[in-house]
Design a protein around this ligand. Structure first.
Ligand code: ATP
Ligand code: MG
Length: 452
């Protein structure tokens, strides 16, 4: 057995947590023992304790706790106990089971730390990708609803038998073998977002998909049991929400590159579009989009732009389908549509002023998307627009025109636009040339100009 996967070592790891985190746990343990409940540390924290050596004072960023033998409100009760002791904690409860989520800010001396306290529950899925129906259960059943064996382990925190290790599905062995294994045959049909979670975890921890798990994914994918529910907005709200959330976590994670590659190689994107046209070049395009987004900020979240990069590879109808399936903000759909139309227009735009007329009305997200995914000539054009053309102003200003006797109005604006276009196209190189040009325009439009 690998020494870094040793249960006793992991338990010592829990004892080696920083004082603040140990203090937190002991408050919860005391409260649970007083109520006659059994409290467990579960999921990712247990997995991470097994993976890392017991370094004194090294905290965990995320603690998931499960209470057994209590009514659904127990999570809230425990959370509120902490809320009274720690005024800077943010407390939120949700769901039928009133799970309690607590977060401590980075400067709290504990974190940043997030904690989830839930009552042990089992789940059943009315249809593939549905919101699960939950019912009270034992800890063993609670572990049985989880995604992978390595996330289905628990450590008992309350007496008697505090420190008992629960690993009903062989998670410890899978962790040693560095593999992801689902707990049952319907796991992916119930929730395909588990594969996305798997890709993130695998990239972070250097894991592979256990062969039977991979075969299960392929078989489930061949049936595509989620499609009827995903086809319209709100058709499978839980699944749409989960998949969207998984894209967000994936693109925001430090190891998004290997995670995305794994997801693509496992054919995880195919549950959205059969035979998703994945190309390795997309990794570079997403990285480019991220860099450009820093230089040209916009309101849309960057992870949505990363996702939009993936979608540019799809024909418009399929792309619209995914926007609906994932219930993405309309802005993303509009951005993708403008990219198509623009690429066609820009191909025939010869002069800088024509390019500027196309690009200027666009939001930065569309420009970034075009620059990151378009062919080299288009990228050059947009970079030129950003670096030079967008900065160019006509040699005469509105004040100059007014001083020359023009009155503000549509024709006035038109004159300024003409002057700018001529400057952009290199026809005008200085102020005298602009004045002469204005005169020539004025002669052409004298009647309209004077009548304003
Ligand atoms: P991380 O270190 O990224 O937080 P984690 O495993 O702790 O990894 P969480 O999202 O915090 O991930 O979830 C906590 C636990 O809840 C998981 O370890 C897993 O047991 C369970 N879980 C989360 N999402 C799912 C899911 N979609 N299906 C089944 N179990 C899940
Ligand atoms: Mg976690």
């Amino acid at each position: 057995m690998a020494s870094n996967c040793d249960v006793a070592l992991a338990w010592r790891g829990l004892e080696a947590l920083p004082d603040g985190q140990r203090q937190l746990l002991s408050v919860l343990v005391a409260e649970a023992e007083q109520q006659g409940w059994v409290l467990y540390l579960v999921g990712g924290a247990v997995r991470d304790l097994l993976l890392r050596p017991a370094v004194p004072g090294l905290g965990l960023p995320d603690l998931d706790l499960v209470v057994e033998g209590a009514a659904p409100g127990a999570g809230i009760q425990l959370g509120e106990r902490l809320g009274r002791l720690y005024p800077d904690v943010h407390l939120h409860s949700y769901g039928t089971f009133q799970t309690c989520a607590l977060t401590w800010p980075a400067d709290s001396g504990l974190g940043p730390l997030s904690m989830d306290i839930a009552t042990a529950r089992a789940e059943s899925y009315p249809h593939p990708g549905a919101n699960p129906v939950v019912r009270p259960a034992t800890l063993a059943q609670d572990l049985g609803r989880r995604d992978f064996t390595i996330n289905a382990m628990a450590v008992r925190l309350t007496e008697p038998r505090a420190g008992t290790w629960l690993d009903p599905f062989g998670g410890q062995q899978d962790l040693e073998r560095r593999q992801l294994r689902v707990l049952h045959e319907h796991s992916f049909a119930d929730d395909p977002s588990r594969l996305y979670r798997g890709a993130r975890l695998a990239a972070r921890l250097g894991l592979t998909l256990e062969p039977h798990t991979e075969a299960l994914w392929r078989q489930t994918l061949a049936r595509n049991p989620w499609q009827p529910y995903l086809q319209h907005r709100g058709g499978a709200p839980a699944l749409q929400h989960r998949l969207r959330g998984e894209f967000k976590y994936l693109f925001q994670s430090e190891s998004w590159r290997p995670a995305l590659r794994l997801l693509a190689v496992w054919r995880g994107l195919d549950c959205l579009v059969p035979d998703f046209p994945w190309q390795e070049a997309m990794v570079t395009q997403i990285a480019t989009a991220g860099r450009l987004a820093q230089a040209h900020p916009f309101a849309t979240e960057t992870w949505l732009l990363s996702l939009a990069v993936l979608l540019t590879a799809l024909p418009p109808a399929q792309r619209r389908g995914v926007v609906t399936q994932l219930d993405l903000p309309p802005k993303v759909g509009q951005c993708l549509e403008s990219c198509d139309a623009l690429q066609r227009c820009l191909q025939s735009a010869g002069r800088p002023s024509q390019v500027v007329a196309q690009l200027e009305p666009l939001g930065s997200e569309t420009l970034v998307l075009l620059a990151a995914t378009g062919p080299p000539w288009l990228r050059r054009l947009i970079r030129r627009y950003w670096s030079t053309w967008s900065q160019i102003r006509p040699f005469l200003t509105g004040d100059d025109l007014q001083a020359l006797g023009y009155r503000p109005g549509p024709t006035f604006r038109g004159l300024l636009q003409h002057l700018r276009a001529a400057t952009l196209d290199g026809v005008l190189r200085d102020r005298p040339a602009a004045l002469a040009y204005l005169q020539s325009l004025d002669t052409q439009h004298s009647h309209q100009t004077v009548s304003e």
